[in-house]
Design a protein around this ligand. Structure first.
Ligand code: SF4
Length: 409
């Protein structure tokens, strides 16, 4: 057993047929009701996880070793919104001019990596993301807390948390990277790990993601033997979410694959890493951190040495499997609603990635969610003031598309 951080939740919507699930949907057989209120539990901010990681990290080798010595196309183009309404809810900007020096990235993620959940939340609705950044997020709901608790429970099946005192940012990063190294070791020796933190430089941007689960692909799955990346979503209702929500889930797992493949294939830009995160590569780590590193059997004193181990460790790994997996679990009894396998789509994920990065770099105005998905507005904390919300103009907002029952397995 190794130790780690958890990935968790926030609420958002549900229901319809998939254009991107060219996939087998294996499901439980049980009677289903299409949810009236589409609620889904998705990952919360990656940065929150990182904050949690400041105090907690994995023990660095799996127990066995210690004892012995992720074209669809959203199919939807950007929402066609009038420029007038676009500019009405610019919660952050005092002027309509776009200035890269004043980008969301610089203002809200200075010296930080963008989390994968930053990216997926932006895909959900850019305007909502803008408002979350500028006005704040509402409190965590009960469903979100349940989802977080479930993720923690799943993580604890394979990971044991330990607390380590940190004294500097170098210490924090050393623990994060060591946690990743431990996760990889666990995957290699036990065939599975959970909550694997990855940081990589993807397309000119530092990205961090916490992969819910990495497991060895079973021989029967396909000829692709690359590690299988998957994510479990817990749901308040025993139905699949709407297609936009499933699309968002697929994007998340594909981003994990993009990140994974980048880290295993490309040289880790260490100098850029130290500069961007304002870290001193030569600083000797604190005693507690060094003790933990030593317990892991790694002879390292500085962050630079840990970075080298991180790079070397991932270089041993193959690219991730082209098949990705989303698992939907019913919160109430933890039964599996569906397991959706889908192929990685490199062109689609790159186009979405670029689109989202444009938003973060403030290279264009934030868009409202597409018109056909404005039912999302009913569950949005900014609905009462957002010009994109159709119910502000009409009493009958569009409804989420209905999701057919999952296929019986
Ligand atoms: S009300 Fe609708 S368009 Fe406006 S921020 Fe929320 S989800 Fe986006």
């Amino acid at each position: 057993m190794a130790e780690s951080h958890s990935e968790s939740t926030s609420d958002s919507p549900t229901t319809t047929s998939s254009t991107h699930d060219q996939s087998a949907i294996s499901t439980s057989t049980r009677s289903h009701h299409v949810p009236e209120i589409p609620i889904e539990i998705i990952s919360e901010e990656e940065m929150a996880i990182l904050d949690a990681a400041l105090a907690a990290t994995r023990s660095f080798l799996p127990s066995a070793i210690r004892s012995a010595a992720a074209s669809p196309s959203r199919g939807v183009s950007k929402a066609s919104i009038t420029m007038l309404s676009k500019r009405k809810l610019s919660a952050c900007s005092s002027s309509s001019s776009l200035d890269i020096e004043d980008s969301f990235l610089r203002r809200f993620r200075k010296n930080q990596a963008l989390g994968v959940t930053d990216l997926t939340a932006t895909e959900w609705c850019e305007k909502q993301m803008e408002n979350v950044l500028c006005l704040g997020r509402r409190k965590v709901s009960k469903a979100m807390k349940l989802g977080q608790a479930r993720h923690l429970e799943l993580e604890e099946e394979v990971v044991k948390r330990v607390r380590v005192k940190v004294e500097s940012n170098e210490d924090k990063w050393a623990l994060k990277l060591l946690s990743s190294i431990a996760g990889v070791n666990q995957f290699l020796f036990e065939g599975r790990t959970r909550e694997l933190l990855l940081v990589g430089f993807v397309g000119g941007q530092w990205i961090v993601g916490v992969i819910d689960e990495v497991s060895k692909a079973s021989a029967g799955d396909s000829s692709d033997t690359g590690p299988l990346l998957s994510d479990t979503k817990t749901r308040v209702r025993d139905t699949l979410p709407a297609e936009p929500q499933r699309r968002n889930g697929r994007l998340q797992v594909m981003l994990y694959k993009l990140l994974w493949d980048t880290v295993v294939k490309e040289e880790f830009p260490a100098t850029r890493f130290f500069n961007y995160f304002a870290l001193n590569r030569h600083e000797v780590l604190s005693k507690d951190v060094r003790d933990n590193i030593a317990d892991a059997g790694i002879p390292a004193q500085t962050l630079e040495e840990i970075v080298r181990y991180y790079e070397t460790t991932f270089k041993m790994l193959p690219v991730a499997n082209d098949q990705l997996l989303l698992r939907y679990e019913f919160q109430q009894d933890r039964s599996i609603i569906a397991e959706i396998r889908f192929p990685h789509d490199p062109e689609w994920v790159m186009s979405k990635y670029k689109e989202v990065i444009e938003f973060w770099r403030s290279e264009r105005e934030a868009e409202y969610t597409p018109e056909e998905e404005r039912w999302k507005c009913r569950y949005c904390q900014f609905a009462k003031s957002c010009p994109g919300n159709p119910s502000l103009q009409s009493p009958s907002p569009s409804s989420p598309p209905r999701e057919p029952r999952p296929l019986a397995s």
